[in-house]
Design a protein around this ligand. Structure first.
Ligand code: F6P
Length: 329
């Protein structure tokens, strides 16, 4: 028999992502719509371990849909990786009579949730993909990805002015610890001269060939997008190695966009995605679902078990990659 859900707690965990607030808002509002009591756990699993759990009212989520970051704060909890940490977290949830959880985060968040559910299966958990990396299997897009790409593209547009004015070659590093989604989309939208991502083996020769191809048609500047998790090394290493083989431009520069990509007002796409998935997650809990991540597949809400979301790698669109290489000429 499905357990009756009356008191639900929501938390954000791992790296913040633009749109997390929009998701919290949708969860709180739909919880009220279903006469649930809704709680916020501060700083993810850290707050669960410390008992930092507070009641939320609908007014608490007014005026947050447009804000980046997360009103519930976040953390990458080391303590939750230990059985002692998880036991403390469970005891605090029981003390607060929490009978359902909604977790917003990425791979680490769902790895923690899976472990917790193995030990304490009586508290159902539904997840929402909140990470700029877009690297979760089971959803076409994660909350925050679209905004991060837009931020990176704005930066590339600005760098292009200097690259063009000075005949410079720029290597621009974007985030993506294990995945090239941000890099690939930024390269396409930013009209880059090349893209280096973790999913593809790329050598120094390949990069040089690519740049010389552009130089052949008198291209005096170029911008190459490098994902931080690429197989060639740091963006500085790549720039240094390439320097000795290139003579078509006046200078080589490196820009690391870094955490600029994680902040800022979420795009309308991320706000809608977060609202749809946040809304769905409450209904999923009420319908008795647990251990699943609510994602979007072909524009429909789809539930993927945490175990699959974290163990299967999300394939990069090979056609998009091939196109990016061709358009980079
Ligand atoms: O997972 C999101 C992400 O922004 C990655 O792209 C990046 O590698 C990592 O988080 C950085 O994490 P932190 O902010 O903890 O250094």
């Amino acid at each position: 028999m499905t357990k009756e859900i009356k008191r639900v707690a929501v938390f954000t965990s791992g790296g913040d992502a633009p749109g997390m607030n929009a998701a919290i808002r949708a969860i709180v509002r739909n919880a009220f719509n279903n006469d649930l009591h809704i709680y916020g756990i501060m700083r993810g699993y850290e707050g669960m371990i410390d008992g930092n759990i507070k009641r939320l009212e609908t007014s608490d989520v007014s005026n947050i849909i447009h804000r980046g970051g997360t009103m519930l704060k976040t953390a990458r909890s080391q303590r939750f990786m230990t059985p002692e940490g998880r036991k403390l977290a469970y005891e605090n949830l029981v003390d607060s009579d929490i009978d359902g959880l909604i977790a917003i985060g990425g791979n680490g968040t769902f790895t923690g949730a899976s472990k917790f559910m193995e030990e304490y299966p009586d508290i159902p958990i539904v997840g929402l993909p909140g990470t700029i990396d877009n690297d979760l299997f089971g959803t076409d897009f994660t909350i925050g990805f679209d905004t991060a790409v837009n931020t990176a593209v704005q930066a590339v547009d600005k760098i292009r002015d200097t690259a063009d004015s000075h005949n410079r070659l720029f290597f621009v590093e974007v985030m993506g610890r294990h995945s090239g989604f941000i890099a690939l989309h930024t390269a396409i939208a930013g009209g880059a001269g090349g893209v280096v991502i973790p999913e593809e083996e790329f050598s120094l020769d390949d990069v040089v060939k690519l740049l010389k191809r552009g130089a052949k048609r008198s291209k005096l500047f170029s911008i190459v997008i490098v994902a931080e998790g690429n197989q060639m090394g740091t963006v500085y290493d790549i720039a240094k190695q390439v320097e000795e083989h290139i003579d078509f431009c006046d200078d080589i520069k490196v820009t690391v966009i870094g955490h600029l990509q994680r902040g800022g007002s979420p795009s309308s796409f991320d706000r809608v995605l977060a609202s749809v998935l946040g809304f769905a997650s409450v209904e999923a809990l009420l319908a008795g679902k647990t251990g699943v991540m609510a994602g979007l597949r072909n524009n429909n809400v789809h539930y993927t078990p945490f175990t699959e979301a974290i163990s299967k790698s999300k394939p990069l669109n090979k056609d998009l990659l091939r196109m990016a290489h061709i358009l980079a000429q």
